[in-house]
Design a protein around this ligand. Structure first.
Ligand code: CU
Length: 306
C-alpha cells in the first residue's frame, strides 16, 4: 500500500480521486472499509464488480487505541473428560468434549465485551494436544442459540431458507481421519445435537486447526469465532530439541470488523436478499482473540507457532 502511494499507477495518476485517496493511510483505509475504498481507487471498469455495500456502523479505530494493555491470551490445553472405546471397539481412548456455544469476551481493555460463537469459551478454542499414533475421540456438542447473529445469505448453495440457522459441523484441517469423522459440509447438525468423532492421528507432527465446516454458512461461523488449534507431536520433533512449554507460543491471527459497541460487524451489500459480498478486510487484527496484546518474554529462543 505505502509503496503504491509513492508510485501511483498510470491509470491512477490522472484520477480525480487521487488527491483525497493519496492521503489515506493504511490504517484509515482499513477502518473505512477496505472494499469500498479499493473499488473507488482502482475504478470499477477493469476491476471486479462489487455490489454496493451498506454503510458500516461506527467502528473502533485500533490506530487510536492504547496498545499493549492486555496480556496475550494463551488458549487452554483441552483435558480429556474420560475414556471411551474407539470406533473399532478395541481400545479405550481419551475422550474430549468441546461444546460450541455463545460467550462474551473482551478483545481489548477499552472495548465492550464482544459476542462470539466458539469452542469452549475462548477464541481460539481449547488447544488439542496429542501425539502421532495416539488415538482420541472428541465430542462436539452444538449448544448454540437458534438464531444466528450474523447475516445469512440464502442464495448460497446449501443455505436455503428453513434450515437451522445455527447448524455446525467440525472439521480438523489437515487431519487424516475416517470419512465419518471428517466433518463433511453436509454432515451438519442443529443446536441440541452432538457428534463424537474419532481421530487416529496416524500422521507426522504438525500444527493443525479445527473449525466449523457447515455447508453454506461456515464463512459466518468462523467469523463468529469457531476455530481452535490441534497439535500433533512425535519423537522426530522431540529430537529437534525446540523450545517447549512456556517457550512455545501459539499465535492465531484473525481480522474482524468490530464496532464501537464491541460487536463483530459482518459487512453486507445493499441487497437484503443477497447480503454477502465476496470478501473484506477487518479493521481489527486479533491475536489469540486480543487486539494489540503484549507478551512478556525472557532473553532466549522462543518457538512461535502460527
Ligand atoms: Cu479447513
Amino acid at each position: 500500500m505505502d509503496s503504491e502511494e509513492k508510485h501511483p499507477s498510470p491509470a491512477f495518476r490522472d484520477s480525480p480521486l487521487k488527491p483525497e485517496l493519496s492521503k489515506i493511510t493504511r490504517r484509515k483505509f482499513i477502518a473505512r472499509g477496505g472494499l469500498a475504498a479499493t473499488a473507488a481507487r482502482f475504478g470499477t471498469a477493469q476491476m471486479v464488480h462489487l455490489p454496493p455495500m451498506k454503510p458500516a456502523p461506527p467502528l473502533i479505530d485500533p490506530g487510536r487505541m492504547i496498545p499493549y494493555v492486555d496480556p496475550l491470551p494463551l488458549p487452554e490445553v483441552a483435558k480429556p473428560v474420560g475414556k471411551r472405546l474407539n470406533s473399532s471397539r478395541e481400545t479405550q481412548v481419551p475422550l474430549y468434549r468441546i461444546p460450541v456455544q455463545e460467550f462474551f469476551s473482551k478483545v481489548h481493555r477499552d472495548v465492550p465485551p464482544t459476542r462470539f460463537w466458539g469452542f469452549g469459551n475462548s477464541v481460539p478454542g481449547p488447544t488439542i494436544e496429542t501425539r502421532s499414533g495416539k488415538e482420541i475421540l472428541i465430542e462436539w456438542p452444538n449448544q448454540l442459540p437458534a438464531k444466528h447473529f450474523l447475516p445469512i445469505d440464502h442464495n448460497i448453495m446449501g443455505a436455503g431458507k428453513g434450515l437451522p440457522e445455527s447448524r455446525i459441523v467440525v472439521h480438523v484441517h489437515g487431519a487424516r481421519v475416517p470419512p465419518e469423522s471428517d466433518g463433511w459440509p453436509e454432515a451438519w447438525y442443529p443446536p441440541g445435537k452432538s457428534v463424537t468423532y474419532h481421530y487416529p492421528n496416524r500422521q507426522d507432527a504438525a500444527l493443525l486447526w479445527y473449525h466449523d465446516h457447515a455447508m453454506g454458512i461456515n464463512r459466518l461461523n468462523i467469523c463468529a469465532g469457531m476455530a481452535g488449534l490441534y497439535v500433533i507431536r512425535d519423537s522426530y520433533e522431540d529430537a529437534l530439541n525446540l523450545p517447549m512449554g512456556e517457550f512455545e507460543i501459539p499465535l492465531v491471527i484473525m481480522d474482524r470488523m468490530i464496532g464501537t459497541d464491541g460487536q463483530i460487524y459482518y459487512p453486507v451489500s445493499q441487497f437484503p436478499d443477497a447480503p454477502w459480498i465476496p470478501e473484506y478486510s477487518g479493521n481489527a487484527t486479533l491475536i489469540n482473540g486480543k487486539l494489540l496484546p503484549y507478551l512478556d518474554v525472557q532473553p532466549r529462543k522462543y518457538r512461535f507457532r502460527f
